[in-house]
Design a binder for this molecule. Sequence first.
Ligand SMILES: [Zn+2]
Length: 164
Amino acid sequence: MWYSLNELEALGRRQAQLNGKIEIGRLTRLCELLMSDKGSVSASFEFSQQGVDRTTVDLSYKGTLDLVCQRCLESVTEEISGRVLFVVLEDDSMVSSAPEDHEPIVLSGMRCQPAEIVEDELIISLPLVARHSQIDECGSLVKGPGVLTSEDEVGLADPSFRGH
Ligand SMILES: [Zn+2]
């Protein structure tokens, strides 16, 4: 679904709510950063109107992503959730007047797609370093013989013991 400025403003006037579930596989830019396209994200957009003609959107999302564990390079499922406030703007010149705690959605004569807004938000909020919370959950790469099994052991290795 794509929404024009007028349509978004109409949603704001009647304080509409859009709920949907997005398959991760549809979010192609996000998928490039993931281990696989498994998982989905539920999103809820609550529209409202501030003042005479300012449309705001309260986005909440929750879902699971399949990321690459940076310790064992196997798949790790991350629970993600968040809430962001947006303000709908007609063009760039209005950005400076936007409320500071709202992210701008600048239409510039275009239409916007809620799924794309969620995708942008997920890309921004991806964990920089994903990994299994417990080393036991990690795959064979870190469990193989002769490979360090814990980061802590790296720090504990005492150089003074070498050569004895
Ligand atoms: Zn791992």
